[in-house]
Design a protein around this ligand. Structure first.
Ligand SMILES: [Zn+2]
Length: 170
């Protein structure tokens, strides 16, 4: 494929299918690893194991982001702005810091931020925010960007979530 040639919808869809399969594979691996980790009884070993899992979860989360990106690309190709939002709006919405969207206290942990997950009940924080503003929750095994979080939190569709997030931008 020529570099300056836009990929066709079919190509995008095939790429999307591949990514979804990859995400499922990665999620299974992460879940197995977490199950193995839950059998560790030594507290220090447990903490160390968890540290190891953070970058692994980041790979899963970024695959999720690629999927979301491809989906919005697919939605926006074809008819011009079929759902009434522009690419620029989506980009601004994604930039709204996830930490800002949480009611719970956000703590810094190295280059990450952690908080109690707004999507499930928990007593110890497993909701991790990565420096490039996406999240992964080790409790509910879900991740995504600010748009994805708002969709889950308020049961909004994509356009509603973008509109909601834009209200955070001045
Ligand atoms: Zn959670």
């Amino acid at each position: 494929m020529e570099k300056d040639e836009a990929p066709s919808k079919d190509e995008l869809r095939r790429e999307l299918e591949k990514l979804i399969a990859r995400e499922q594979y990665l999620r299974r691996g992460l879940r197995d690893a977490m199950q193995a980790g839950s059998r560790i009884t030594d507290l220090w070993e447990k903490a160390f194991f968890r540290e190891l899992l953070i970058p692994a979860a980041e790979v899963v989360a970024s695959t999720r982001l690629d999927i979301l990106g491809l989906k919005s690309l697919l939605a926006s190709s074809g008819v011009k702005s079929p759902r009434g939002i522009e690419k620029l709006d989506v980009e601004s919405a994604k930039q709204v810091p996830i930490a800002l969207l949480l009611d719970t206290k956000v703590q810094r942990s190295g280059k990450y931020q952690v908080a109690l997950c707004p999507l499930h009940n928990e007593k110890t924080p497993s909701f991790t925010i990565y420096p490039d503003n996406h999240y992964w929750c080790f409790g509910c095994q879900q991740g995504g960007d600010s748009i994805e979080l708002i969709r889950r939190l308020y049961d909004f569709n994509f356009v509603e979530a973008v509109g909601f997030l834009l209200t955070y931008k001045t």
